[in-house]
Design a protein around this ligand. Structure first.
Ligand SMILES: [Ca+2]
Ligand SMILES: [Ca+2]
Ligand SMILES: [Ca+2]
Ligand SMILES: [Ca+2]
Length: 467
């Protein structure tokens, strides 16, 4: 992918992977890659949203080493650009979502020396203050844009010192209070809109204790979808990967401290997808870049992090549709597992006998996997089909010539081996009449032994005499 790549393997917890409904496909081979170290100053408590019309991830605000920040930055996949320094006051712990119908990034609330209740919109050029009424001033809430209904959904937060459990919707001109029941009043949870299923997903947060509940909002009511999955946590971030139909969750803080896990929700279950990637952190922000198919993460943590990471499909070096990290043969476009023959060698079994060619001593003989006594293509009872075996020795020009011949009811080309006195092998093959012959020239007198070597045990030997 790039020279900035930090190779970090993806650890899939096998038991959880087994629970995943879909088989691992190319698009499931996901890896984290650090893609930038420069851009916005290291910060936490900022917010991000992806502007799909302009194909940029928009970042606003946060808390950096100088305190509260009021900068607007955009990431286009290769570099960050500072786009504005005016607009909403410097703040952190606000929330943002992108209204794709109207082409506006919607920002609400945050803390700017006091709890804020302003609604701002960014059109790619300037910020406009759109409302000062609606949800009470608050921070540490969450927002997501419901593209089916064309509204930005807001839930929870810290309302002037108290945890809040309200659900509001912004339609571009006014806020409406939609629910006061559902998730318990909480803060520092995360939300993302699952466009395939038409649900806003909410996970975790702090409601007096760290929470691990998964909730869904369908536009009229909240439904609790369970409490198994990531450990109870808050200050994590989520984004919806629309190409893969998964909500991606990273990090946060649980009872064990800062966390660096990557989880995915497929609409029914959470699966732990990685434990390496960005360092353990909280208070970061994420947004899904639908043009490039990656989830962008920036910053986070009280140590002021300024890293940009992306969670996306791994490189596919051999172009076989399976990412390198999941490809057992990353340089063999025809295999994703070594199989029985190893990478680079096909596992084909062209004679269909259940033994791959690489291990089949007779790859074109479905009845044999070793040449055996009679060779490939010939049954091992070949000696039964030898109908005549002859040998004689004659003196010629002061030397002896030993001739051997055979006749067998076997196909043309069937191989045999003649030997003289147990050695000096001569390979022969049957002709189209089932015959083969050979000869030796020798000076040795006396009784000799000529054998059809494959059939020695069957007694197919002759004893010519040279005299
Ligand atoms: Ca591959
Ligand atoms: Ca491969
Ligand atoms: Ca075979
Ligand atoms: Ca075979």
């Amino acid at each position: 992918m790039s020279i900035l790549r930090i190779a970090l393997g993806v650890v899939v917890v096998a038991m959880l992977a087994l629970l995943m409904s879909a088989p691992a496909a190319a698009q499931d081979c996901m890896v984290w890659e650090q893609v930038a170290t420069t851009g916005p100053s290291p910060r936490f408590g900022h917010a991000m949203a992806y502007d799909s019309a302009r194909s940029v991830t928009v970042l606003f605000g946060g808390y950096d080493n100088d305190g509260r920040d009021g900068e607007t930055w955009e990431w286009d996949g290769s570099a960050w650009a500072l786009r504005a320094t005016s607009g909403p006051s410097s703040r952190f712990e606000h929330a943002m979502a992108y209204d794709s119908a109207r082409g506006r990034v919607v920002l609400f609330g945050g803390f700017d020396d006091s709890y804020d209740g302003e609604t701002w919109e960014w059109d790619g050029k300037v910020w406009a203050l759109r409302a000062t009424s609606g949800p009470s001033p608050r921070n540490r809430h969450a927002m997501a844009y419901d593209s089916a209904r064309g509204v930005t959904v807001l839930c929870g937060g810290f309302d002037n010192g108290a945890r809040d459990g309200e659900t509001w919707e912004w339609d571009g001109s006014a806020w409406a209070l939609r629910a006061t029941s559902g998730p318990t009043p909480r803060l520092d949870h995360a939300m993302a809109y699952d466009s395939a299923r038409g649900r806003v997903l909410l996970f975790g947060g702090y409601d007096g204790a760290l929470d691990s509940e998964t909730w869904e909002w369908d536009g009229s009511a909240w439904a609790l979808r369970g409490s198994s999955g990531p450990s109870p946590r808050y200050h994590h971030a989520m984004a919806y990967d629309s190409a893969r139909g998964r909500v991606v969750l990273f990090g946060g803080e649980d009872n064990g401290g800062r966390d660096g896990e990557t989880w995915e929700w497929d609409g029914s279950l959470w699966a732990l997808r990685a434990t390496s990637g960005p360092s353990d952190r909280l208070w970061h922000a994420m947004a899904y870049d639908s043009a490039r198919g990656v989830t962008v993460l920036f910053g986070g943590d009280l140590d002021y992090d300024g890293e940009t990471w992306e969670w996306g499909p791994d490189d596919d070096t051999d172009g076989d549709g399976t990412g390198d990290a999941c490809d057992g043969c990353p340089d063999d476009p025809n295999k994703i597992e070594p199989g029985v023959c190893g990478c680079g060698v096909p596992d084909t079994d062209r004679d269909g006998d259940g033994t791959a060619d690489c291990n089949d001593g007779c790859p074109d003989d479905p009845n044999k996997t070793e040449p055996g006594q009679c060779g490939c293509g010939v049954p091992d009872d070949c000696c039964d089909h030898v109908t005549r075996l002859k040998s004689q020795c004659k003196l010629r020009d002061g030397r002896y010539k030993i001739r051997a011949s055979m006749v067998a009811q076997l196909p043309e080309g069937t191989p045999f081996t003649f030997t003289l006195d147990g050695g000096d092998p001569h390979a022969v093959t049957l002709n189209d009449r089932g015959r083969a012959k050979t000869s030796w020239v020798t000076l040795v007198k006396g009784e000799r032994e000529v054998c059809l070597e494959e059939c020695r045990d069957a007694g197919l030997c002759r004893h010519p005499v040279c005299e």
